[in-house]
Write a protein that binds this ligand. Structure first.
Ligand SMILES: C[S@@+](CC[C@H](N)C(=O)[O-])C[C@H]1O[C@@H](n2cnc3c(N)ncnc32)[C@H](O)[C@@H]1O
Length: 356
C-alpha cells in the first residue's frame, strides 16, 4: 500500500540533494496535523550527519500541558505472563522500579509461571531463569555479547549517524516527541532499548508516567543499569528494566500508551511478530514510533551492493532491511493506522497509531 497524501513539508528550506530527490516515495510524509519543531527541518538533519554522541542528555522539564501522575509508576499493573498472558502478581507490595528489581518475584495467576528479577532487570522471557540452550538469529545474538553491549554507546551507535544519516539522540528524541504528542503523559515501552540511551532520556524528560527499558540482551540491560547508576538524581522510580522477546511482550493487551523501537526493527527475528505484539499491547489511540535503516538507493540498484545486503540478511538469519512500503504494509496488516514517516539517507523514522 502506498503512503498517501505525500507532500514535502514546508519546513524544508533547501532543495533536496540528489540522494533524496531520486527516491520520491515518502521522504517526508507528515500529515499536516503533525507539528514538527522548526529546529528539526530536513536541513538540520542533513547537516548533522555526525553529531557528537550525547548520551547524558540534560533533563528536559515536563511541558506544562503534560499531566504526569506523580505516584509510583503503574507498570506492575499491566505486566502479563509471557506464556499465557495471564496477570502477574508480585510477592511484595512495593512498586516496581530500577531500584527494586533485585529479588523481585512475580507469579502468573493463571499458569503459575514464576519470574524473578536480578540487580539490573526483571527477566520476563519464557526461558528466564533456565538455561534453554536456545539461540536466536545472529541479528539478535550479536547484541547479547558483552563486547557489543559495551561498545554500543561507546561508538557503535554513533556510527549510524556518520554512515546512515541517523540524526543523533537529541534530535531523534525531538522527532519521537512530535510523533507521540497525543500520548505524552502516559506510559512508554522503549522496545529493544539496547543500553537504554532513549529509555534514560524518556525517564529524565518527565514526559511519561512510566518508562520500560525492554531488551532481549541481558548485557545491554546491565549496561543500561550501569549508566543509570553513574547519574546523579536519576528518576529511578519512573523506569523499569525488563528482559523480554519482542515477539512475546509481557504486557496486557491494550494497556500501553506508546512504544518506541529505535534502530531495532531490522534486528528482530520476525518484524511481523514484533509489530503484531506491539499492536496488541497498545491501547486504542496508542502510538508506535520506530527508526530503522532502509537499504534502497545504490544499495538496491547496484548488483554488487545488493548481493552484499542479501548476504548480510542470510547471516543475520532474517530479512532485516524492509522497504518503507513494506514497513507501512506491515503496520497496516497489524492493525496500525495513520502511517507517517520521515527520512534522511538510510535513516527512517515511522509512526503508526492503534486503531481506536
Ligand atoms: C541496534 S540496537 C538498538 C538500541 C537502541 N534502541 C537504539 O536506538 O540505539 C538493537 C537492539 O535490538 C535488540 N533485539 C534484537 N532482537 C530482539 C528480540 N527478539 N527481542 C527484543 N530485543 C531484541 C538487541 O538486543 C539490541 O539491543
Amino acid at each position: 500500500m502506498a503512503a498517501s497524501a505525500m507532500h514535502i513539508s514546508p519546513f524544508l528550506p533547501l532543495p533536496l540533494p540528489t540522494q533524496f530527490s531520486s527516491f520520491t516515495r515518502c521522504f517526508f510524509n507528515f500529515h499536516s496535523t503533525l507539528s514538527i519543531s522548526p529546529r528539526l527541518s530536513l536541513s538540520t538533519l542533513r547537516s548533522s550527519s555526525a553529531p557528537p554522541m550525547e548520551t547524558r542528555t540534560n533533563i528536559i522539564p515536563p511541558s506544562d500541558s503534560v499531566m504526569i501522575d506523580k505516584e509510583v509508576n503503574k507498570i506492575k499493573n499491566i505486566l502479563a505472563c509471557s506464556i499465557c498472558r495471564g496477570p502477574l502478581t508480585a510477592a511484595a507490595d512495593s512498586g516496581l522500579s530500577v531500584e527494586s528489581t533485585n529479588g523481585y518475584q512475580l507469579e502468573c495467576g493463571t499458569c503459575k509461571k514464576s519470574f524473578t528479577g536480578s540487580e539490573s532487570h526483571l527477566d520476563l522471557t519464557i526461558t528466564g531463569g533456565i538455561n534453554s540452550g536456545e539461540s536466536m538469529p545472529a541479528a539478535t545474538e550479536i547484541f547479547r555479547t558483552r563486547l557489543v553491549s559495551f561498545l554500543y554507546e561507546r561508538g557503535w551507535r554513533q556510527s549510524f549517524s556518520v554512515l546512515l544519516g541517523f540524526p543523533g539522540p537529541e534530535k531523534e528524541f525531538e522527532l519521537i516527541k512530535n510523533f507521540i504528542t497525543p500520548v505524552l503523559g502516559g506510559s512508554i515501552i522503549d522496545a529493544s532499548c539496547g543500553s537504554g540511551m532513549f529509555s534514560r532520556i524518556f525517564a529524565k524528560s518527565g514526559l511519561f508516567s512510566s518508562v520500560v527499558a525492554l531488551d532481549y540482551s541481558e548485557n545491554m540491560l546491565r549496561q543500561c543499569y550501569g549508566f543509570i547508576k553513574q547519574e546523579e538524581n536519576f528518576p529511578n522510580e519512573r523506569l523499569v528494566l525488563i528482559r523480554a522477546d519482542i515477539a512475546r511482550l509481557p504486557f496486557a493487551s491494550s494497556s500501553v500508551d506508546a512504544v518506541h523501537a529505535g534502530a531495532a526493527v531490522h534486528c528482530w527475528p520476525s518484524p511481523s511478530a514484533g509489530v503484531a505484539e506491539i499492536s496488541r499491547i497498545l491501547r486504542p489511540g496508542g502510538v508506535f514510533v520506530a527508526s530503522t535503516f532502509i537499504m534502497d538507493g545504490p544499495f538496491s540498484f547496484v548488483p554488487f551492493l545488493r548481493i552484499q545486503i542479501e548476504g548480510i540478511q542470510q547471516i543475520a538469519g532474517s530479512r532485516i532491511f524492509l522497504s518503507e512500503r513494506e514497513l507501512e504494509e506491515l503496520c497496516t496488516a497489524c492493525g496500525l493506522v495513520d502511517f507517517k514517516c520521515l527520512r534522511n539517507r538510510q535513516f527512517v523514522m515511522l509512526s503508526a497509531t492503534k486503531r481506536s
